[in-house]
Design a protein around this ligand. Structure first.
Ligand SMILES: NC(=O)c1ccc[n+]([C@@H]2O[C@H](COP(=O)([O-])OP(=O)(O)OC[C@H]3O[C@@H](n4cnc5c(N)ncnc54)[C@H](O)[C@@H]3O)[C@@H](O)[C@H]2O)c1
Length: 340
């Protein structure tokens, strides 16, 4: 059981899942949520999530006991005075985050580290409102945080090295797979890569080259199958860099370089076609199809999480699904040679 006092600010989708995940790792996170109804929803969700984790073999602790590790506070004032690690998980709104972070640094002990789960705001922009930005950085958990191991750790230029090291260790001790960026950049790593693919896929639909269904099939049945094993650079190395150079020269001039959301996406949003939550988006969904999709995704994520859990139980460095771990010998050799 970890004795580190973690305070999570915000019990929405992400705050609740992060709390559940840290509880599974042996922490006793305190969650501060200002909305009473949301506190109750989060409590229920955490209970259901804890039962789900136990019944799928992701923890030995029974659901009720696991959920009890997460406690709730009505306000940041109540929770922060004992915090050693504060994770801000309030809505993605700069003004709200500035207010919450300013309050966090006032109320938390001066030795506490403070991180934000922001998906898109640069840590330096968030830190601009802080008196002590040196103890702040972003820790971007992916949704659902209790099933996905990745956390992007994004310091700003003024984050102290000792704060970075501490947060990376806290995350690794919690069974996460922290990836530390060498500098901040919009979209961090995951969203930059994912949205490069989104942009090209939407452009292919706009050009009438293929349907969204065909494009999803290409992803699922082709390069998507290799991705969890060899990733992006491993796939290129397997294919041969001479081949990749030729393809880059031929293809790059043809790829989409749009600087804003495409017309079709704007049109769908204006028509209220927001995806599964409104029954239609790029595709039209029946209720049964939505359930089937969600169920299949959940089963696949659980299957991966069970494998991660087995790795950790064996005491092996968590490899997750990548065969070549980001911290493997070759990466270390490259770093020593000053190549990365
Ligand atoms: N939802 C996702 O898929 C996802 C994934 C990765 C990162 N994120 C990021 O995580 C953050 C939270 O996202 P979310 O989807 O959980 O949002 P959400 O709206 O579901 O939850 C935010 C919660 O913060 C609470 N809150 C607001 N002000 C507060 C305060 N002063 N003190 C305590 N609680 C307060 C709100 O009542 C709400 O319950 C955002 O920065 C978002 O960009 C979201």
């Amino acid at each position: 059981m970890s004795t580190v006092s973690v305070v999570i600010l915000g019990a929405g989708t992400m705050g609740t899942n992060i709390a559940l995940d840290l509880a599974r790792a042996g922490y006793r996170p305190q969650v501060a949520e200002v909305d009473a109804e949301q506190r109750n929803r989060s409590r229920e969700y955490a209970r259901a999530g804890a039962r789900f984790m136990h019944s799928n073999g992701l923890t030995d602790v029974n659901g009720e006991k696991l959920a009890e590790r997460v406690t709730y506070a009505e306000s940041p004032e109540q929770a922060l005075p004992t915090a050693e690690w504060v994770i801000e998980v309030v809505p993605e709104d700069l003004a709200v985050k500035h207010r919450v972070l300013a309050e966090a640094e006032k109320l938390a002990p001066p030795t506490a580290v403070i991180s934000s789960n922001t998906s898109s705001i640069l840590p330096s922009k968030l830190a601009a409102a802080m008196q002590h930005p040196e103890r702040f950085l972003a820790t971007h958990f992916w949704n659902p945080a209790h099933l996905l191991p990745l956390v992007e750790v994004v310091p700003h230029a003024g984050t102290k090295q000792e704060v970075i090291d501490r947060v990376v260790k806290l995350l690794a001790d919690a069974g996460k797979h922290p990836i530390l960026l060498k500098r901040e950049i919009a979209g961090f790593l995951g969203n930059r890569l994912a949205f490069a693919l989104q942009r090209e896929a939407m452009d292919l639909v706009a050009q009438g080259v293929a349907t969204p269904e065909d494009i999803d099939a290409v992803a699922a049945l082709g390069f998507g199958r290799r991705m969890p094993i060899s990733g992006i650079f491993g796939t290129a190395d397997l294919g041969g860099l001479d081949v990749y150079r030729a393809i880059c020269d031929e293809l790059f001039p043809e790829l989409c370089s749009d600087r804003a959301a495409p017309a079709k996406l704007r049109e769908l949003v204006e028509q209220g076609k927001l995806g599964v939550k409104s029954g239609a988006g790029w595709r039209i969904y029946s209720t049964a199809e939505i359930e089937k999709l969600q169920q299949a995704l959940s089963e696949e994520l659980v299957r991966h999480a069970q494998r991660d859990q087995a790795d950790q139980t064996r005491g092996a460095a968590a490899q997750h699904t990548m065969i070549l771990d980001s911290r493997n010998d070759a990466s270390l050799r490259r770093m020593k040679q000053g190549q990365g």
